[in-house]
Ligand binder design. Structure first.
Ligand code: NAP
Ligand code: GCO
Length: 268
């Protein structure tokens, strides 16, 4: 009898992970590569694509990078066409690229709000729309949208980001609803607080040498009392990218160390 572990293999699969030069996308790419996938990634600038290529090579990962602004539909369609010609039809899409602007809502301009919505919600729509037709032809596909705690919770200064990530949760459910009949599974991953460049400002040591107040706050809201590492997203993403999750669709898997379940540690 075949081992059940074979269900987690990505041998022969092409995985596109947007914004995977570093951070969470890179951690997911490492897991997918170890399961046998061919890694394709994109970033908005050539120098970042090159930086990613050096990192992947140093880690022994055969990854191919493309310059693409995922908010630009023409660039996305051109990239997907090139990937299909140069690598193969995309079996797995991880909509990972994202930005955040931490500005009190009434101080945020409409343009700043639109910029966040554009990258964090419009772009996942654009890229998913570009890959779904070939997935239908191939008879299968996996789409993983990187959601957030802010798909469920709000906090000061992240109105645009929370609106985008809340919308991304519902886009995930709608892709599931509209394309499940073509054997396409679309799920979300909701990371907790992960130590990446995006959250670096929240972990900066203060001028007096103390920890950032937000750093202390998040550790008090996480049962394990720590920030998570990007590599800890890899195995959950592998589950959602593999045949092991063919019966899972429209689900957001929160990889948050228990934050959503926890009222927080009482201050001593
Ligand atoms: P990150 O370190 O800021 O990396 C984001 C990546 O996306 C960067 O490589 C960035 O490239 C790229 N990107 C941004 N805009 C792009 C565009 N228009 N086109 C193509 N690439 C673009 O972020 P992260 O912490 O790894 O987060 C990755 C995803 O997880 C994001 O969707 C984020 O919202 C989500 N998330 C993060 C956390 C966390 O705690 N870190 C928690 C929950 C969810 P540049 O460097 O060129 O900008
Ligand atoms: C913030 C953080 C969060 C994380 C993540 C939490 O400012 O609160 O950046 O938004 O990035 O999305 O899941």
């Amino acid at each position: 009898m075949d081992s059940i572990l074979n269900l987690f293999s990505l041998e022969g699969k092409v995985a596109l992970i947007t914004g995977a030069t570093y951070g969470i996308g890179y951690g997911i790419a490492q897991a997918f590569a170890s399961a046998g996938a061919k890694i394709v990634y994109c970033d908005i600038k050539q120098e970042l694509v090159d930086k990613g290529a050096a990192s992947y090579a140093a880690d022994g990962i055969d990854a191919k990078g493309y310059v693409c602004d995922v908010t630009n539909e023409a660039m996305v369609n051109d990239m997907v066409k090139k990937i299909e010609e140069e690598v193969g039809v995309i079996d797995i899409l991880v909509n990972n690229a994202g930005i955040i602007k931490r500005i009190p809502m009434c101080d945020m301009t409409a343009e700043q709000f639109r910029q966040v919505i554009d990258v964090d919600l419009n772009a996942p729509f654009i890229v998913a729309k570009a890959v779904i037709p070939a997935m239908i032809k191939k008879g299968h596909g996996k789409i993983i949208n990187i959601c957030s705690m802010m798909s469920e919770l709000g906090r000061e200064t992240v109105s645009a980001y929370a609106a985008a990530k809340g919308g991304l949760k519902m886009l995930t459910r709608n892709i599931c609803s509209e394309y499940g009949e073509y054997n396409i599974q679309c799920n979300g991953i909701g990371p907790g607080y992960i130590a990446t460049p995006q959250t670096a400002p929240l972990r900066e040591t203060q001028p007096d040498g103390s920890r950032h107040p937000f750093d202390q706050f998040i550790c008090s809201r996480t049962p394990a009392g720590r920030w998570l590492d990007p590599s800890e997203l890899g195995a959950p993403a592998l589950f959602l990218a593999s045949d092991a999750s063919n019966a899972v669709n429209g689900h957001v898997l929160y990889v948050d160390g228990g934050i959503l379940a926890y009222v927080g540690k009482q201050p001593s």
